[in-house]
Design a protein around this ligand. Structure first.
Ligand code: HEC
Ligand code: HEC
Length: 454
């Protein structure tokens, strides 16, 4: 009896305390976790971050049915020695086409062997061992009991992450194996060369209504750091000047507060994530965009009903909230100490919002417009080819934080400007800015300094 009464009293006290904590207004100096709802928000944020990171790094959304099942890419990876086809992909080849290895996924014994130069970098068996450790960024191998590959799939991390330069070993220069840097554009990655290895490209050829050699020519035209997300919508592989229609892989960091995404403003981050997961990676989910029914602008997409994708079970949609949240949480990294001239950058800051008029579009601190962040080619003195491949026929004002991480491959959507000075020279003539050599160089130093340290 007595025990019961105490228990009841304790329950009451608990309920009163909970009610108190729910209803007391915020007080200066109060505990930050004072209300349950605040605590629930913080807990939710932490969970979303974890889930989103996991999806970004490891989720294939079931796309192994396409990359392995249909294209048979896993067979080219392992080579005939392991029941696949061809010579197989050695770690040396894999690193040469820009694939990156997560040092934190490697067992200490393997790290030691790599450091001692005792690992065979020309054997596909080593690639298989790395895949077994889940150590290759953005690539997942599915294994048979006998150790050969059954299938393979890809993740967001393939194109939108790289590794730092902390690790090197004989035959492995820094920047190939290291700690993950999520959100960084992998400008070493040769997507075209990798896809081209697939033993069965016929389905891609059928989709584009061309033959396999044509598909291979197109894939070979992309080069490192580029991919053509619009090819599978409009079938346009080359620009009118004969150059590849592929665009650079942009970073997926520093995007919080930015309205429209991609070089040409297709939509928001969750829009584009659903687009890519369904239509580019060939994961299994749901996607709706009747703009793709326009057979004049998007003949391939309209023919294949890409604006009306409905897969059951849906392996994508449920993961979009956390994936969105994670991407918005990745900050644009500050430039390394000593990588730019601080005094010049300070002068460049004044010019950026003054004489050079850059802030009319690149509004601080988003470095793009709050609101509708799109412009025609004419407004920035370039052609409209790529803009016309997107629903709004415009280019999105690029957010400029972290430019220093993706200088390789050049600037603007297709890398047409090799250096930041080339970009500044372009604006100087486009807008008749009358910048002196010194002023141009100050602007470049400023661009290299973004994001400014807090
Ligand atoms: C095969 C390489 C590749 C893969 C895989 C890939 N992306 Fe991308 N991503 C690109 C390219 C190329 C663009 C630019 C497309 C364009 O502008 O037409 C892009 C654009 C983006 C953007 C827009 C960035 C900006 O500045 O607005 C985001 C966000 C993004 N991708 C997220 C993802 C996510 C999330 C995944 C996984 C679901 C993913 N990507 C998978 C290559 C890739
Ligand atoms: C009229 C609007 C507008 C003005 C003014 C403008 N920009 Fe841009 N900027 C853009 C757009 C749109 C893009 C994307 C072009 C593309 O994708 O091809 C861009 C791209 C860039 C890029 C390339 C980013 C990347 O990731 O490759 C840099 C650098 C840049 N602008 C710097 C500047 C500087 C410096 C100024 C001032 C001299 C300036 N911009 C003025 C609209 C503008």
């Amino acid at each position: 009896m007595r025990g019961l009464r105490i228990a009841a009293l304790l329950t009451m006290a608990g309920a009163m305390m909970a009610a108190y904590s729910l209803h007391t207004p915020a007080k200066v100096g109060a505990r930050p976790d004072r209300t349950r709802f605040d605590a629930a928000v913080i807990k939710n944020a932490a969970q979303m971050l974890d889930q989103g990171r996991h999806t970004f790094r490891f989720d294939t959304f079931g796309d192994q049915d396409f990359w392995g099942g249909t294209l048979q890419l896993h067979k080219a990876l392992e080579g005939s020695q392991f029941g696949g086809v061809g010579p197989g992909v050695s770690p040396a080849t894999a690193l040469a086409v820009g694939l990156k290895v997560d040092v934190d996924a490697l067992p200490p014994s393997l790290i030691a062997a790599l450091r001692a130069g005792q690992v065979n970098l020309s054997s596909p068996a080593t690639t298989l061992a790395l895949l077994k450790q889940n150590a290759v960024l953005g690539v997942t191998g599915y294994f048979k009991p006998d150790g050969s590959l059954r299938s393979m799939g890809i993740q967001c991390a393939l194109c939108h992450s790289t590794v730092d330069k902390s690790f090197s070993a004989p035959g492995i220069p820094p920047g190939n194996i290291g700690h993950r840097l999520d959100g960084w554009a992998n400008r070493d990655l040769n997507v075209g060369a990798i896809v081209s290895l697939a033993p069965n490209l016929q389905p891609v050829a059928d989709l584009l209504q061309v033959d396999v050699p044509t598909v291979k020519t197109v894939l070979a035209s992309w080069g490192p750091g580029k991919f053509d997300a619009e090819l599978f919508m409009d079938g346009k592989a080359f620009r009118p000047d004969g150059k590849s229609a592929a665009t650079l892989i942009p970073p997926a960091f520093g995007l919080a507060g930015v309205n429209l995404h991609t070089w040409t403003g297709w939509g928001s981050v969750p829009y584009w994530n659903a687009f890519v997961a369904n239509l580019e990676m060939h994961g299994k989910g749901t996607f709706f965009d009747p703009r793709l029914d326009d057979a004049a602008q998007f003949p391939v997409a309209a023919r294949n009903h890409f604006g009306h994708v409905n897969n059951q079970p849906d392996l994508i949609t449920g993961k979009l909230p956390a994936l969105h949240f994670y991407q918005l949480s990745i900050p644009a990294p500050a430039p390394p100490e000593g990588s730019f001239d601080e005094a010049a950058a300070k002068r460049g800051d004044e010019l950026f919002s003054g004489k050079a008029q850059c802030t009319t579009c690149h509004t601080e601190p988003l470095w793009t417009e709050p609101g509708w962040d799109l412009h025609t080619g004419q407004e920035i003195c370039i052609d409209n080819f790529q803009a016309d491949r997107a629903p709004d026929h415009r280019y999105r004002t690029s957010p400029l934080n972290g430019l220093w991480t993706h200088a390789k491959g050049g600037f603007y959507h297709d890398g047409r400007f090799a250096t930041l000075l080339d970009v500044v020279n372009h604006y100087d003539s486009c807008f008749n800015l009358g910048l002196s050599t010194q002023e141009k160089s100050d602007l470049v130093q400023y661009l290299k300094s973004l994001p400014a340290k807090e």
